[in-house]
Design a binder for this molecule. Structure first.
Ligand SMILES: Nc1nc2c(c(=O)[nH]1)N[C@H]1C(S)=C(S)[C@@H](COP(=O)(O)O)O[C@H]1N2
Ligand SMILES: [Mo]
Length: 218
């Protein structure tokens, strides 16, 4: 890295402008659909239910790795120390699960997806992202959704390390989509030229999963 300000018109800034434009479209659609905080068909809970395939891998921070691969200029494998050394962010967001519970005001700490995107520089052809968990779970999102300002790889919740049952040591958080898109025990992030279905998407869940439009089933 050098101290020069980044050039205004690079491939990456153009990509960012494109993602921002796509995200703006998404946000406008959501605001037109509802000005309520609770999406349609959801009810509020104050506990935090656990949902997964029934296998909760025990991944120590020593063993944990995050591979970022596919259509990126600089593929990388992060160990726990390298992940902790990246710029850290905090976000407060709501959880909306397709099984109809929502939980408000979750305080997350970790690495924003924006930071990760700066690090690996997705190629112009990248359109979608497949998330892989240590339990073999996969789920897909569009690059514009992955790049959302409040999306992050979280290692803490309410000021404490994320518990194993909730995906610790680290999981994805994409608050504006149903929670099945937020892969627990995250192990790899794969950039793809076209969207393709992950585990639940193959099994009938929606490709995108926007709670404001009740995109529950495909
Ligand atoms: N690796 C992995 N991530 C996963 C799942 C899973 O089975 N494996 N389940 C998904 C589903 S269906 C939901 S609703 C949320 C639940 O997260 P929680 O148990 O922390 O509430 O995790 C998502 N992420
Ligand atoms: Mo779920």
């Amino acid at each position: 890295m050098d101290d020069e300000p980044p050039p205004a018109d690079t491939k990456l800034t153009r990509s960012k402008q494109r993602w921002a434009a796509e995200r703006k479209f998404i946000t406008d659609a959501r605001e037109a659909g509802s000005d309520d905080r609770l999406p349609p068909g959801q009810h509020l809970v104050t506990n935090w239910p656990v949902l997964d395939l029934g296998r909760q891998p025990d991944v120590s921070t020593d063993r944990w790795r995050l591979q970022v691969r596919g259509l990126v200029e600089r593929p990388i494998t992060l160990d726990w120390a390298a992940f902790q050394q990246l710029p850290q962010s905090t976000r407060r967001s709501d959880i909306h699960c397709v099984t109809t519970w929502s939980r408000y005001d979750n305080d997350w700490a970790g690495v924003s997806t924006e930071t990760l995107l700066d690090l690996v520089a997705p190629r112009d052809e990248a359109r979608a992202v497949m998330l892989h968990g240590y339990d073999g779970y996969t789920t897909n999102v569009l690059l514009a959704d992955f790049a959302a300002a409040d999306a992050m790889i979280a290692h803490s919740w309410q000021g404490r390390p994320l518990s194993r049952e909730h995906g610790g040591p680290a999981r994805l958080i994409i608050p504006h989509l149903y929670f099945w898109k937020s892969a627990k025990w995250i192990n790899a992030i794969e950039f793809l030229g076209a969207d393709k279905p992950g585990f639940w998407e193959v099994n009938g869940y929606h490709m995108r999963g926007d709670p404001w439009h009740e995109e529950r089933y495909g």
